[in-house]
Ligand binder design. Structure first.
Ligand code: NAP
Length: 263
């Protein structure tokens, strides 16, 4: 199994994990469709790919779910089909639940959950028709447990697990694979881009992010696991242990996290 000549559509491709994935997949011979809101940033990523002529750009806003079916048609028309849909675009949150406006919670859900679901629903019929396809969803360790300041973010990522675990069973007979990817801390601008309770940009680099693994290392580790069709993938530092503590010693994890620095 390899990515040679495979067609991969990546959302959130303008920075961080999505950008690193674009380079890694391009190095491995994949043909790419790069998506996010910012055209100039996507153009820079395209030009930095190994084969820029094999990388196409479709700008989209994941919160505008009514536009995503048209975007999916556009994406499918570029190469005739999609082999891999990387639902990676997303936004984080840094605010206590009590201070977080309902509209901010909805925005996080809209981008992280409904955006990925809408795009998946738009691509799925063509994958079913071809009896082939792989949907990769960037969740988080926050999709497996929650911490302070991330109630909406953790909720949006937990929701992805419920949806895509169910979908995996429904499309098994159609030969469609689903991988839920749970990064720990990866050194990107995700915390800077996170929303505060009133919807403003957090604009600070979290300590966890600063000490996180580089996005390039993350992408390098992820690709072989995708090729192995792993259903759930954890990549990061010691924070990954939280997933296992939650499974086997949930009260202990809760106690540890109450006292942990979570910026
Ligand atoms: N870094 C970590 O430690 C970490 C840990 C766990 C999970 N994750 C997840 O990894 C994914 C990528 O994040 P990252 O760390 O690479 O952060 P990032 O550098 O902030 O990248 C976020 C990406 O999402 C796109 N995006 C944000 N809002 C969007 C919208 N409304 N419509 C379309 N695209 C939108 C951004 O592009 P535009 O601004 O151009 O739209 C950008 O390309 C996210 O789902 C995040 O939750 C990250």
């Amino acid at each position: 199994m390899s990515f040679q000549n495979k067609i991969a559509w990546i959302t959130g491709a303008s920075s961080g994990i999505g950008e690193a994935l674009a380079y890694e997949l391009s190095n491995q011979g994949a043909k790419l469709i790069l998506s996010s809101r910012r055209k100039e940033a996507l153009t820079e990523v395209k030009n930095n790919c190994k084969n820029p002529s094999d990388a196409h750009i479709i700008t989209l806003d994941l919160s505008k779910t009514d536009q995503l079916e048209t975007k999916a048609k556009e994406a499918i028309n570029i190469f005739g089909h999609i082999d891999y849909l990387f639902n990676n675009g997303g936004i984080s949150q840094r605010s206590e639940a009590i201070d977080t406006k309902l509209e901010v919670i909805r925005r996080v859900m809209e981008i992280n959950f409904f955006g990925s679901v809408a795009l998946t629903k738009a691509v799925l019929p063509s994958m079913i028709e071809r009896q082939s396809g792989h949907i990769v969803v960037t969740s988080s360790v926050m999709g497996k447990f929650g911490t302070r300041l991330r109630s909406s973010y953790a909720a949006s990522k937990h929701a992805l697990h419920g949806y895509f675990d169910s979908l995996r069973q429904e499309v098994y007979e159609d030969n469609i694979k689903i991988s839920l990817v749970c990064p720990g801390f990866v050194k990107t601008d995700v915390t800077k881009n996170a929303l505060e309770g009133d919807g403003s940009k957090h604009n600070k680099m979290g300590r966890g992010q600063k000490n996180g693994i580089p996005a390039e290392e993350f992408a390098e580790k992820l690709i072989p696991k995708i090729l192995k069709e792993k259903e759930e993938i954890y990549i990061g530092g010691k924070e990954i242990w939280g997933v296992y503590l939650k499974r086997f010693f949930p009260r202990l994890l809760n106690k540890m996290l109450r006292n942990a620095e979570v910026t």
